[in-house]
Design a protein around this ligand. Structure first.
Ligand code: NAP
Length: 255
């Protein structure tokens, strides 16, 4: 099989970056995008140093024109798109429902929800023209459950799962599979920011059945699987990578 052409949003750190490196190791053509020119050029250089063909495109996923340009430049350079990882995301705003503001909503939903939707819009346009491919959206365990004062982020990640399902049904006739990954606590910049300090991190680890956060490389492996022909009959699904957290509560351990 020829090397896939892969497009990744929010690729300059964390899960996006780990996935770009994993695809480069496979010899894929990798289009990485993000909001920082210099870091983007560095990452593209690193991927090329590994023997992959790579392109950086600056794109803020909240902007329709940026996402259109990202997808069009991927096609100009590599002839199409086989796999897209819609990963750009933010923890956005957290706080009690009574304190939600227009800005708090926009800070979270504009990237996590509109950004994912705009990404799929342009990816669909190109992938259906080229005979099919695979899209993987990044949701979260907060797309499968709630948590006090995380209503806006949880709402945004539930939305990602909702339109993963709807888009899978729409894409099926065009050979486009659409799935999502739902990472639990994963050791990235976002995890460091959200947990804040070592004491909180230890407390989080103590409620995780596997007693540790996941790694971005572990999420990348799941993306590679969903993006590949090994997952040819899987669409509309969300694969949760949470160290067992969603299997149940430690308060109710079962038999
Ligand atoms: N780490 C976790 O525990 C965890 C758990 C569940 C789900 N997730 C999800 O995993 C995805 C990746 O996050 P991460 O953990 O790898 O954290 P991260 O290192 O903070 O990565 C998020 C990336 O998205 C980019 N981004 C944010 N807003 C953007 C925008 N409007 N346009 C383009 N890029 C934008 C960020 O770039 P900038 O530097 O420009 O902001 C950053 O590179 C996110 O969707 C997140 O919600 C993470």
């Amino acid at each position: 099989m020829p090397a896939p052409v892969v497009v990744i949003t929010g690729a300059l750190s964390g899960i996006g970056r780990a996935t770009a490196l994993a695809y480069a190791r496979l010899g894929a053509d990798v289009v990485v995008s993000g909001r920082h020119e210099e870091r983007g050029a560095e990452l593209a250089g690193e991927l090329e140093g590994m023997g992959a063909r790579a392109l950086f495109v600056r794109a803020d996923v909240r902007r329709d024109d940026d996402v259109r340009d990202l997808v069009d430049r991927a096609v100009d350079r590599f002839g199409g798109i086989d796999v897209a990882l819609n990963n750009a995301g933010t923890e956005g705003w957290t706080g009690p429902i009574t304190a939600v503001t227009d800005d708090a909503y926009a800070a979270t939903f504009d990237t996590n929800v509109k950004g994912t939707l705009l990404s799929m819009k342009h990816e669909f346009r190109v992938i259906q023209e080229h005979g099919g491919g695979s899209i993987v959206n990044v949701s979260s365990i907060y797309g499968r459950m709630g948590y006090p004062e995380v209503s806006v982020y949880a709402g945004s990640k539930h939305a990602v799962i909702g339109f993963t399902k709807a888009a899978a049904l729409e894409g099926a006739a065009h050979g486009i599979r659409v799935n999502a990954v739902a990472p639990g606590f994963t050791r990235t910049g976002m995890y460091e920011r959200v947990t804040g300090d070592d004491r909180t991190r230890a407390a989080v680890n103590s409620v995780l059945p596997l007693r540790r956060p996941g790694t971005p490389e572990e999420v990348a492996e799941a993306v590679l699987f969903l993006g590949s022909d090994k997952a040819a009959y899987i669409t509309g699904q969300t694969l949760t990578l949470d160290g067992g957290l969603m299997a149940g509560s430690p308060l109710f351990p079962g038999d």
